[in-house]
Design a protein around this ligand. Structure first.
Ligand SMILES: Cc1ncc(COP(=O)(O)O)c(C=O)c1O
Length: 448
């Protein structure tokens, strides 16, 4: 029986989506936002405040997607609004030296343990692109290793085995079949990519024995965030770092999702790692477009102008408005002895525990993976999803989509794609968790 909330009117969303499709492919600017994910069509959003958003028809949602994690301070945080208004009034960007970029960089260095220096880009994709260029210049090698199911942005060589596939297409673990994520990329580009399954040291060691000496870098997400939320096995990341060094390759930690989220210094602080290079984005800009590469001066200094330099240009690099937001965001995250992190962890852990309890009570085969700031639900009989192959084989992504559509009808906003993850911002409260759990319980009653 439909509840009052499940009869939500989405008429204006429908009309707007029709209109947008005349000018925009799929009516949006990224396939992750269109009908392929939100069938029959996206909910068109109008405004947000704190943990809440409203669509064109006036329906209210608690937002647990938070701009794919970018909105670590929630929507329209008053401090961010103030900084943006003030900075805009002075001039948004000069593409020239400003105190704002040095102030943001100083705070960045004080937060991220491995950041002797930082270079700001405009997106996570630009950051991972630059990190690879730096690693290649540093080592004089061309190939690099990426893990199955990891996403590092849409730069050509990273677009391999990033999407889910039936498990019979994946090939042997120590020589995975190459499955490009996109047309339009020269096949030769992928000759420089070595693929490995994640969370599996034996397979990695076998692959490195074959290809390790040719690698400029191993790049990894610390927590696999683009097949949901998959945690590294005990000591796994440190071992990958050691193996990279054993073969003379750099270890690039892609913290675009995890940076500033799990701790002020991201997962490298949480797991006590010293990556050679790390990349950031999303939460760094509290909703503004940004990315960053951080590491030792010995590596980043290669960008200094002169012969043998590593080129990195960009009109909008160190955008003044964004730099001011970055600094304000850091100040908010560090205020009151990091109270923001305590709040994020408490709220996230309560949501995770509540969801687990509902699945248990309702006898639904589902698990919740993650802790604190980020988690994902998998409808599965397995006790855990450890890697891409588990995800492809054991996660019932259709059921997840039905579950999320049920939540959307009850005022909880989340993407129906199982490959993403639930995000807790500083704006979320225990009240939001209550709202989520009540809606989840109702949907589970229908799913069971
Ligand atoms: C781990 C990781 N790296 C890089 C990127 C690319 O970042 P952006 O979307 O800002 O280009 C993403 C985006 O989702 C990501 O999840």
């Amino acid at each position: 029986m439909p509840t009052a909330t499940s009869t939500r009117n989405r008429q204006r969303s429908k009309e707007w989506y029709q209109r947008a499709q005349e000018s925009l492919i799929e009516g949006v600017n990224s396939p992750s936002r269109g009908a392929a994910v939100y069938a029959p069509g996206p909910i068109v959003l109008e405004r947000g405040r704190g943990s809440r958003m409203w669509d064109l028809d006036g329906n209210e949602y608690v937002d647990f997607m938070m701009s794919f994690g970018a909105l670590i301070q929630g929507h329209a945080h008053p401090k961010i609004v103030e900084v943006v208004s003030q900075t805009m009034a002075e001039g948004s960007h000069f593409a020239a030296a400003t105190p704002a970029e040095a102030e943001a960089a100083e705070r960045f260095r004080s937060m991220v343990p491995s950041a002797e220096a930082v270079r700001f880009t405009n997106s996570g994709s630009e950051a991972t692109m630059l990190a690879l260029r730096l690693a290649r210049a540093r080592t004089g090698r061309t190939k690099f290793l990426k893990f199955e199911g990891h996403y590092h942005g849409w730069y050509d060589p990273y677009c391999l085995n990033g999407h889910g596939h039936p498990v019979h297409e994946l090939g042997p673990k120590d020589n995975p079949t190459r499955l490009p994520d996109s047309q339009g990329i020269p096949a030769a580009t992928f000759n420089d990519v070595v693929l490995a399954p994640w969370n599996d040291l034996e397979a990695l060691e076998n692959i490195l024995r074959r290809d390790g000496r040719e690698l400029a870098a191993i790049i990894t997400e610390p927590i696999m965030a683009n097949m949901g939320c998959i945690l590294p096995r005990e000591a796994y990341l440190q071992k990958v770092l050691d193996l990279a060094h054993q073969y003379g390759a750099l270890f690039i930690l892609d913290e675009v999702v995890t940076g500033f989220r799990y701790a002020p210094g991201g997962c490298q602080q949480y797991y006590d790692l010293k990556p050679d290079l790390s990349t950031f984005g999303k939460a760094l800009g509290a909703g503004f477009p940004i990315g960053a590469v951080a590491g030792p001066k010995a590596i980043l200094d290669r960008m200094r102008w002169g012969s043998g330099m590593v080129l990195h240009y960009g009109t909008f690099n160190g955008h003044r408005l964004t730099m001011r937001v970055v600094a304000a965001n850091f100040d908010l995250l560090l205020a009151n002895n990091g109270a923001a992190y305590k709040q994020i962890y408490a709220v996230g852990d309560a949501a995770i525990a509540g969801l687990r309890d509902i699945f248990r009570r309702r006898k639904i085969s589902a698990i919740v993976q993650g802790f604190g700031p980020m988690f994902q639900i998998y409808f599965t009989d397995r006790e855990a999803i450890h890697d891409y192959r588990d995800y492809c084989q054991y996660a019932d992504t259709q059921k997840y989509s039905r579950f999320v559509h049920g939540l959307l009808d009850r005022g909880i906003y989340m993407t129906p794609s199982n490959g993403l993850h639930w995000i807790i911002s500083t704006a979320h409260t225990m009240k939001d968790v209550e709202t989520l759990l009540q809606a989840a319980d109702e949907v589970c009653a229908e799913l069971a």
